[in-house]
Design a protein around this ligand. Structure first.
Ligand SMILES: Nc1nc(=O)c2ncn([C@@H]3O[C@@H]4COP(=O)(O)O[C@H]5[C@@H](O)[C@H](n6cnc7c(N)ncnc76)O[C@@H]5COP(=O)(O)O[C@@H]3[C@@H]4O)c2[nH]1
Lengths: 193, 193
């Protein structure tokens, strides 16, 4: 089904490529983060890639957004360049954001992204196509299936299981406004620390 | 189902992003190809992105491969850089290859790639996971469903329909050897010309 298919694709086509060490020269995610933290003189409370899985599938272009006033963009981690399926020199890199923690009065660096397949799925829902009607009706199940399957794939792969944390959340309030994702991320960071 | 899901993902997450003009500064695929042809002094018989859909899902890392002696890599078309789903500055660019046409004694430039979702799907088949058994049994149907759905999505989008040509083919011979994809691409080019 669509949801578990998206999870397989995200796992084998992205997470498995970018998170671990892929060559002798390469670094895994933790080393990339340490490298960044040293060279930029900043601190990451948790050295993992946080993956946002919002129930609505609304993936804002950037986390730097008027709705999330405590979040700023920071430069990305090191690039991995790989020729894949005849696409020459495909560029992969994880994103870094800094979040102002108002309670503790500190600036927190974190490696975080939306689950890209959901963003693409959402674009599909907003278009018209042979299967769009069905996908719209079942979108909540599809997101849940994506989350459950991805969780399982990560758990069963010792090479990646500690490099990644899934945040599956209800991103909209009753009144249709978006919740502040900064708080959601900070809560998860403080829980793990 | 998995196949049509992959088609939606490839269409909305890639083809729709990279082929048309996305901004005033941007070029669409045809303009990118003309730009390249002018600056490098070469000829593209057909200004389209050819997408290889091999029945086996085996997507070689590059088309420059001992199995395809007439094909060489060339530099890629212009890059498009976009922040997508909080992934900052994601890099997209189409690949160019030159093919030696032995019959006509000429070197032909072509914009061609494998359908990347199939490469990812294949990696999934080679792994173990909650759904892998099912995917292996139905892989041929899944590829066919991918092709049919993608064909339909392209046909229904006037902005992209002429920028793309799908090559769905049996990539292996009876004896298990790979067919020379150079011949398959050249045959399609000569047919369109
Ligand atoms: N965050 C993030 N950064 C990346 O660089 C990246 N690359 C892929 N993905 C996501 O992993 C999964 C597997 O990727 P695959 O390559 O099989 O399919 C991809 C691939 O076939 C094609 N595509 C996307 N970006 C490119 C690209 N730069 N070059 C060629 N093809 C691309 O369009 C499909 C859907 O892409 P996304 O919907 O953006 O999400 C993908 C997908 O969910 C990424 N996610």
């Amino acid at each position: 089904n669509y949801g578990s298919g998206m999870a397989y694709s995200f796992f084998h086509g992205y997470l498995k490529l970018i998170l671990p060490k892929s060559g002798r020269e390469d670094k895994n995610l933790i080393e990339e983060i340490e490298n960044y933290a040293d060279s930029q003189g900043v601190t990451f409370p948790v050295a993992k890639l946080f993956i946002l899985i919002p129930n609505s599938c609304v993936c804002h272009v950037s986390l730097k957004d008027d709705k999330f006033p405590s979040i700023e963009e920071s430069s990305s981690l090191g690039e991995k360049i790989q020729t894949v399926a005849a696409v020459q020199n495909r560029v992969y890199k994880n994103s870094v954001y800094k979040i102002l923690d108002n309670k503790r009065k500190e600036r927190v660096y974190v490696c975080v992204e939306y689950a890209t397949p959901l963003s693409t799925f959402r674009k599909g829902l907003e278009s018209s196509g042979p299967h769009t009607e069905y996908y719209r009706e079942h979108s909540q199940d599809i997101v849940l299936q994506f989350y459950i399957t991805l969780k399982k794939l990560l758990k069963e792969d010792p090479e990646i299981t500690d490099l990644c944390d899934l945040i599956y959340y209800d991103d909209m309030e009753e009144n249709g406004k978006f919740r502040d994702v900064a708080q959601i991320i900070l809560t998860r960071i403080r829980k793990i620390q």
